[in-house]
Design a protein around this ligand. Structure first.
Ligand SMILES: Cc1ncc(C[n+]2csc(CCOP(=O)(O)OP(=O)(O)O)c2C)c(N)n1
Ligand SMILES: [Mg+2]
Length: 341
């Protein structure tokens, strides 16, 4: 990971975790209105991928975009304001959570359509190739592979040899199968997801999404190959859904994530305890760093205090930000005669 030590990596993952806990709290209080998706349990993937990117690179994301954008450097205050539909948000409250994007950070579009961002990302990768700089990381979920747009993007990327990492976050994998064995999605007839891009001559990898070090190692290698002009790469990141994401609206199964859980204390809920033990990249990474002597408990607590303060400030900023003036709805839209106001 580019210039990220263990402490910075924990900080980056914890920022995403605590940001989304605030989303869940605000939703329960009816201050965040409507549907939204959390990235809890997948944080290591965004952090490992985005910290390898340069200014002129791009990411393309989905409805599960909070982690990708925070890892790319977005300001949590403006993100939270956008999610609440407030004028202080990145799009003045127009996009909400589902279309959150920050063009200035090389995150020009988030698609809420399954598979919808693949052709866009591929086009950006073609632009990178033509201008001779930059690459694209295209985040999408495993269901994206069931869309026609996926095949269009794979074929063109392979033929054009564009600089793109197709990063499939397969969050439906049971822990025991994350590292080994064959696992198909419910509807693809391929033995493994990677067999599909492989058949189109795209080099593929499978990596454990609960292992931050493995992700860093894998993405470092793949992005170097892509930057050297070798063409597209496809990676299946295998992760396991967090128990709090199963209800229609996410919930915190046992309250907020506790630093103490990384130091032997167990939550009350059994399903959460099992998930933490086997599948939480944040907890597993902290445990590993403590075991190797790179971090101690007081350092983790200090990181947590810093993150909590930052996220409390983000919530305050978003709640204090006014809703947009209704007239704003007419801006940036095509009016009669093709003129914009
Ligand atoms: C074209 C299209 N069809 C259906 C939906 C409804 N939908 C939203 S999320 C989702 C499942 C996505 O699964 P996956 O790609 O694995 O991502 P995950 O939510 O598991 O991260 C579906 C079917 C949609 N948004 N777009
Ligand atoms: Mg999925």
């Amino acid at each position: 990971m580019k210039n990220l030590g263990v402490a910075d990596r924990v900080l980056a993952m914890l920022r995403i975790r605590r940001f989304e806990e605030q989303c869940i709290r605000l939703s329960a209080e009816k201050k965040l209105v409507g549907h939204y998706h959390v990235y809890i349990g997948q944080e290591a993937t965004a952090v490992a991928a985005c910290t390898l990117l340069d200014k002129d690179d791009f990411i393309f994301s989905t409805w599960r975009n909070h982690g990708h954008l925070l890892a790319r450097g977005a300001d949590p205050r403006r993100m939270m304001a956008e999610i609440l539909g407030k004028s202080g948000g990145y799009a003045g409250g127009r996009s909400g959570t589902l279309h959150l994007s920050v063009a200035a950070l090389g995150a020009p579009a988030t698609s809420a359509l399954v598979g919808g961002n693949l052709p866009l990302a591929n086009g950006a990768a073609l632009a990178c190739k033509q201008r001779g700089s930059g690459m694209v990381v295209n985040f999408f979920g495993d269901a994206g592979m069931e869309e026609g747009a996926f095949y269009e993007a794979m074929i063109l990327a392979s033929v054009w040899k564009v600089p793109i990492l197709f990063l499939c976050e397969n969050n439906s994998i049971p822990p025991a199968l994350r590292k080994r064995g064959q696992f198909t999605s419910s509807t693809l007839p391929a033995k493994q997801l990677v067999d599909v891009p492989k058949s189109l001559n795209i080099v593929t990898e499978i990596v454990d999404g609960a292992d931050a070090d493995a992700l860093v190692e894998c993405f470092t290698r793949l992005t170097a190959e892509i930057r050297s002009g070798a063409g597209p790469r496809f990676v299946e990141v295998r992760c396991t859904r967090w128990p709090g994401s199963f209800p229609l609206f996410p919930e915190l199964p046992d309250g907020e994530w506790q630093v103490a859980w990384a130091f032997g204390q167990k939550p009350d809920r059994q399903d959460l305890a099992v998930w933490l033990e086997h599948s939480d990249p944040l907890l597993l990474h902290i445990r590993k760093a403590v075991a190797s002597g790179e971090l101690d408990r007081s350092q983790v607590e200090a990181i947590d205090a810093q993150v909590r303060a930052e996220m409390a400030a983000a919530v305050r900023f978003a709640l204090d930000s006014p809703y947009p003036d209704p007239q704003e709805a007419y801006r940036h839209v095509l009016a009669q005669g093709g003129q914009t106001r």
